[in-house]
Design a protein around this ligand. Structure first.
Ligand SMILES: *Cc1c(COP(=O)(O)O)cnc(C)c1O
Length: 452
């Protein structure tokens, strides 16, 4: 085994060599050293997909301390759409660091926060008058969206869906569907959270969007009642739940029902937002206009920022002081967000997401034709997944999914799994990845399937 000297100061960003390069087994000795320290110092509940020690990343690669260069098909869970250490982000953050780091926007405000709010009001679906509030994490923004909807409607119940993922704080754990690892033993959960069935074309017997919506609305009316319901919250394409794209017409029927019943429709676009699906927001593919939209992940090139954007009358209902947080809308994260949004626009990354989508869908469908263990290929833009099954019964095959992911990791490709049944491999490459790397990464996954 050759150890190349990889200084911790290796510069990341798009100028990193764009190649898959294995110089040690993965994890290599330096990564293993870090993992030993980690096990002794960090809570065990903080797990890893791939136990390496990262020293640099950019374009479509992640470089570890052993000198291995891995293809990034996860973007740190759909965060670094503009790539790691994107040049405009680095420049804007550096400038902001040199002027001021923090004042707390609710103590003494600054322009960056307002500029991000203006941008979000402009980019999110709908021509109505909007307001935005900024936070730090996706879960925090989801909590605030629900707070605001309750305050506005003076009602309390919230409906989330089967397979939903909304975060790890107490309210968002309650909204999340999957027990292990997100909920088990962490209760009690917040009250007034109810669950409705989702449109899941691969597994619901091919219900149309309208039929699936009628089923969900019937559950809501029978078990909750519109007169008690403040909000419906849904991911337009579910992320952790398995990249489930609901049947056409499902979301629009829910939006219509919510509007007719004084219920706030909240789109959780934390994972689907910001160019990922080839549109600014996934809601646009369905032509829906959410009352409130929650964003985070891809918003700020890797810096922690999230937002709630919605109709002015809803957003303005909370009293001054009712919304905020010490770090919410940090000037550094806001500078990063403005540079990130500029990068999506200036570098044509929405278009690039669509191109990546056609490479992914084309190659994965070809694999599926040859291999019936791939039950479904689905997604939009650079948010695509395969669902792995037992071809005889259609039963989810989590063991195969894990074996393929492990093979990819060992061979220098960062892929993520997801799904209620743990049988989905999802592809979320940075939009700065080259076709060569993307295709190389997919061929490693294909080899993994063949070997499994
Ligand atoms: C990741 C995610 C969240 C939670 O965001 P955090 O920043 O991890 O708190 C909420 N909703 C969706 C759809 C997500 O994908």
């Amino acid at each position: 085994m050759t150890l190349v000297d990889t200084p911790a100061t290796l510069t990341g960003g798009p100028s990193l060599a764009q190649e898959r390069r294995l110089v040690t087994a993965i994890p290599g000795p330096r990564s293993q050293e870090l993992m030993a320290r980690k096990a002794a110092a960090v809570a065990a509940g903080v797990g890893h997909t791939l136990p390496i020690s990262v020293v640099a990343a950019g374009g479509g690669v992640i470089v570890d301390a052993d000198g291995n260069s891995l293809i990034d098909l996860g973007s740190g869970i759909a965060v670094t759409g503009v790539g790691n250490s994107a040049p405009r982000v680095v420049e804007a953050v550096t400038a902001q660091l040199n002027s001021f780091t923090h004042t707390c926007f609710t103590v003494s405000p600054y322009e960056g926060y307002v500029a991000v709010a203006e941008k979000l009001n402009e980019l999110t679906p709908g021509e109505h008058v909007k307001r935005t509030a900024l936070f730090n994490s996706g879960a925090e923004a989801v909590e605030n969206a629900v707070k605001i909807a309750r305050h506005f409607t003076k009602k309390q119940a919230v409906v989330a869906f089967d397979h939903a993922y909304h975060g790890r704080t107490n309210l968002t754990m309650g909204l999340t569907a999957k027990n292990i690892p997100y909920k088990s033993g962490f209760g009690p959960f917040a009250s007034e959270v109810y669950r409705a069935p989702l449109s899941y074309p691969f597994r619901d017997g091919g219900l149309s969007g309208a039929e699936a919506a009628a089923k969900a609305i019937s559950v809501i009316e029978k078990q909750v009642g519109a007169e008690n319901l403040a909000a419906i919250i849904i991911e337009p394409i579910q992320g952790e739940g398995g990249f489930i794209v609901p049947a056409q017409g499902f979301l629009s029927a829910l939006v219509e029902w919510a509007a007719a019943n004084d219920v706030v429709f909240i789109a959780d676009e934390v994972q689907t937002g910001f160019a990922r699906t080839g549109a600014w927001f996934a809601s646009e593919h369905e032509g829906i206009v959410p009352d409130v939209i929650v964003t985070a992940k891809g918003i700020a090139g890797g810096l922690p920022l999230s937002a709630v954007t919605g109709r002015a009358e809803i957003m303005d209902s909370a009293m001054a002081g009712g919304l905020g947080g010490t770090y919410a809308g940090s000037p550094i994260a806001c500078a990063a967000a403005l540079a990130t949004i500029e990068t999506y626009e200036a570098d044509g990354l929405l278009e690039r997401a669509r191109e990546i989508g056609s490479v992914l869908i084309g190659r994965l469908n070809a694999l599926r034709t040859a291999d019936p263990r791939i039950g479904d290929v689905r997604g939009r833009g650079a948010m695509v997944a395969i669902e792995l099954v037992d071809p005889a019964t259609g039963a989810p095959d989590a063991a195969l999914t894990n074996a393929v992911a492990k093979y990819a990791h060992a061979n220098g490709v960062v892929v993520l799994t997801c799904g209620t049944y743990g049988n989905v491999i999802r592809f979320l490459p940075p939009l700065t990845i080259s076709d060569e790397l993307l295709i190389d990464g997919l061929s490693v996954v294909a080899e993994g399937l063949k070997n499994a």
